[in-house]
Design a binder for this molecule. Structure first.
Ligand code: ASP
Length: 403
């Protein structure tokens, strides 16, 4: 049986068990806590290694410099848009309003920082301390600078790049292992949620799903279409038609990485993107560009804040935008990676980790749509960059994609 099917069963069975047994299910809480701890265990090494690998995959700085820069800027730009759309939908649709949950653990409330402080503190004065204490923005910044330095020193960096590549691989494997516990973790977490809160709490999860799907559809239809049309004078309908297989695959696998072979083929065959641009910009995007994930994080962070009655300040919103944008660079293109990153967004503004338990149960449903957005964003940027570099075959774009 597929993992997502098991998780879905865990979700339904856990919720029903919780609703039937009520408070008595508290004995299952430790099982859920083991799962949450296992997820948290992944964050620091996973973020650091996959980010370094993302940057070093730029390789030859001269050849790739310009294309890489354009793609990178476009990726960051669309992600900032995406997280803002997510926050806006979370704010307007208020999926967590009226839930009145109270966190069982008291998190150290982050000291209120001004926007200026938030920026200043991104530079870690001691990177090892940042790693040890899980200061994720600082870790991301250091990984980015470290990766760039590796690229700049060229051949000499090889042992270190290989080392981090192996670590990243191992962390992906470990993520798989942790995710294989997800059905049981989700069962326990949902039983606990169902038992302690009852149906009144579970219904709003439907609102989260609707909010995330609406925000994703809007982002694809409006932001991507406009960028293609205004930025590249390209017909968006042909674009979407050209990547239809990649869309279907990303939706069913929930993995940008698994979709990569198909998206690389489709943008070349159906849209006329050159091989060079496709095979460089798409893998980069699958590693660092996660617009759908950013939308999901915006909506769910606000959902958790509303559910636990936390008012987020403007500076905290800015922290969410910054963390989600930078975190999307370090999110692996594998199923469930966004959920792990959500724990990081929540902790960056001191929101209770139990929020994860609420979202974990419906994560696969949200993962499908956010991965489709991630992949569409990668293909859109590859097409635009190709157009601007004269690497797009307009005849193919105009004809092939509608055939
Ligand atoms: N599954 C997503 C992807 O592969 C990442 C995520 O979990 O948000 O793009």
């Amino acid at each position: 049986m597929k993992l997502w099917a098991k998780i879905a069963i865990g979700l339904v069975a856990g919720t029903s068990t919780g609703l039937i047994l009520g408070e008595n299910v508290s004995f299952l809480k430790p099982v859920g806590d083991v799962f949450l701890n296992a997820i948290k265990m992944l964050i620091v090494p996973l973020v650091f290694s996959s980010l370094v690998v993302g940057v070093t995959s730029l390789k030859d700085p001269r050849k790739l410099g310009r294309v890489g820069f354009k793609a990178f800027v476009a990726y960051l730009f669309t992600t900032v848009f995406a997280i803002s759309i997510g926050l806006a939908f979370g704010h307007v649709l208020k999926p967590g309003a009226g839930m009145h949950l109270s966190p069982s653990e008291t998190l150290a409330a982050p000291t209120q920082q001004s926007v200026v402080d938030t920026f200043v503190n991104i530079i870690p004065s001691n990177p090892l301390q940042a790693l040890a204490s899980g200061q994720i923005l600082q870790i991301i910044m250091f990984a980015l600078l470290f990766g760039i330095s590796l690229v700049l020193i060229g051949e000499k960096a090889k042992p270190v790049s290989d080392f981090f590549e192996a670590i990243a691989e191992a962390m992906y494997k470990l993520t798989d292992m942790v995710m294989s516990l997800a059905p049981y973790g989700v069962f326990a977490l949902m039983a606990w949620v169902g038992g302690s809160y009852g149906l009144a709490i579970l219904l709003p999860l439907g609102k989260v799903i609707i909010s995330v799907y609406l925000a994703c559809v809007l982002h694809i239809l409006v932001v991507y279409s406009l960028m293609l049309f205004v930025g590249g004078r390209l017909n968006p309908v042909r674009f979407f038609y050209g990547i239809k297989e990649a869309l279907a695959l990303s939706f069913s696998t929930s993995s940008s990485a698994a979709t990569l072979p198909v998206s690389i083929r489709e943008v070349q065959e159906n849209l006329g993107v050159s091989k060079g641009v496709a095979s460089f910009v798409l893998p980069l995007g699958a590693t660092i560009n996660m617009d759908g994930t950013a939308i999901y994080q915006g909506v769910t962070a606000l959902f958790v804040a509303q559910a636990f009655g936390v008012d987020l300040s403007f500076a905290q919103m800015v922290t969410i935008v910054l963390t989600a944008t930078l975190a999307s660079i370090g999110t692996a293109g594998i199923p469930g990676a966004g959920l792990i990153m959500l724990s990081l967004i929540l902790s960056s503004v001191g929101l209770p980790m139990e929020g994860l338990a609420l979202v974990a149960g419906i994560d696969r449903i949200l993962d499908m749509v956010r991965t489709s957005v991630n992949v569409t964003g990668d293909c859109m940027v590859a097409t635009l960059v190709a157009k601007s570099e004269g690497e797009l075959d307009l005849d193919v774009y105009a004809t092939k994609s509608v055939s």
